[in-house]
Design a protein around this ligand. Structure first.
Ligand code: NI
Length: 388
């Protein structure tokens, strides 16, 4: 295995890339300037195998190493969020209403600098590295769009890795977890149809608000009474729309919500449970109902062998003592899960919390990072590429 000291850390470049991207954020599937910036910097260091427009705005750059080895895909997501940045920093967003508040600017900077550095020592790189710059992580499943566009073939990808900058962890550390890292994220819409009437005459109406209230509570028994306590499940009703005023019983109630889980079998079982409860309640209370369920991101599940590689690389790159195993369960979702369903992969988090920064969570309008985290990300990504 190659000594990692062969690569100098391009500190100035990492920061320059990150600040440029931070100042020029773009929304999901609109990452045109970002993609052009990436392609330009890759061409500049001699990359010739570049595919653009993969999954609309994605970029794939292939580096064929001089040593035998697997095909490794390293991925960074590129998109920003529809919100205004409120922090007064020199690299503040120049695009009104758009901000890199999830750290994807840092992800791109890390992967781009890693690609450039590795291209200079191509002869010492084992196997083939596919640098994957992915659009639209924040909702529209850009990862799946890239797979559908052939991102895992030509060359056939054997394994994949991705990281996320994370505000809940100190800079210098990475977080690793066996099994599921992030949850699945699915959505539902339910309509309960009753019969409207005067608020003083419930006997002449069929009240959908009373029914909806009971259904919200009943759904909580999915996690507390139906699924084993070791398997965390969230059923959140995030919106209930019904009625217009104080003395009218409305015709119907609409409920919108999300479900989360870490286990695919548990996940697949949730809509049947919800619809059974909805149908039973509607029948008991003389309602009609509509039930719609929308599959979203699968759980992000680490492959044990790939996770072992992450730990191995981290031991050399940042030291064992800087690898932490976060216990707090975060039921976020992440679309890298699609690639990790197709190929063995591992996902880890990189701490960005520095001594001078307040703790601003991901998606805060003041989100910022301790830029030393970029070096950690660079060490990890190049280390994974060089781990044959
Ligand atoms: Ni993110």
């Amino acid at each position: 295995m190659l000594s990692r000291t062969a690569l100098e850390i391009p500190r100035e470049e990492l920061i320059r890339f990150r600040r440029h991207l931070h100042a020029h954020p773009e929304l999901s599937f609109e990452e045109h300037e970002t993609a052009a910036f990436i392609v330009n910097e890759l061409r500049d260091c001699g990359f010739d195998e570049i595919r653009t427009g993969v999954g609309k705005t994605g970029v794939l750059a292939t580096l064929r190493g001089g040593l035998p080895g697997p095909v490794t895909l390293l991925r960074a997501d590129m998109d920003a969020l529809p919100m205004d940045e409120t922090a007064d920093v020199p690299y503040r967003s120049k695009h009104k209403g758009v901000m890199h508040a999830c750290g994807h600017d840092g992800h791109v900077a890390i992967l781009l600098s890693s690609a450039r550095a590795l291209s200079r020592i191509r002869d010492q790189v084992p196997g083939t590295i596919v640098f994957c710059f992915q659009p639209a992580e924040e909702g529209p499943a850009g990862n799946k769009a890239m797979i559908d566009d052939g991102a895992l073939e030509n060359p056939h990808v054997d394994r994949c890795f991705s990281l996320h900058l994370y505000s809940g962890l100190d800079v210098g550390k990475i977080g690793v977890r066996d099994g599921a890292f992030f949850a699945s994220s699915d959505r539902f819409r339910i309509v309960l149809r009753g019969k409207g009437g005067h608020g003083a005459m419930p006997q002449s109406s069929i009240d959908p608000i009373v029914a909806a209230s009971q259904l919200v509570t009943m759904f909580q028994t999915i996690s507390s009474r139906e699924i084993a306590p070791k398997d965390p499940v969230v059923v959140t009703v995030g919106a209930v729309h019904s009625g217009t005023t104080f003395n009218v019983i409305p015709d119907y109630a609409e409920m919108l919500g999300t479900t989360r889980s870490f286990d695919d079998a548990v996940r697949r079982s949730i809509p049947e449970r919800m619809e059974r409860m909805t149908a039973g309640l509607a029948d008991a209370l003389r309602m009609q109902y509509e039930f719609e369920y929308f599959w979203g991101y699968p759980p992000t599940v680490n492959d044990p062998a790939m996770n072992e590689i992450v730990r191995d690389v981290a031991a050399g790159a940042i030291g064992d003592e800087n690898v932490v195993y976060p216990h707090d369960v975060v039921m976020w979702a992440e679309d890298m899960s699609y690639m990790m369903e197709e190929r063995p992969g591992a996902y880890f988090i990189v701490g960005v919390r520095g001594p001078e920064l307040g703790i601003e969570p991901q998606h805060s309008p003041r989100y910022d990072i301790d830029e030393r985290a970029l070096e950690v990300g660079f060490r990890m990504m190049t280390g994974l590429a060089l781990h044959g």
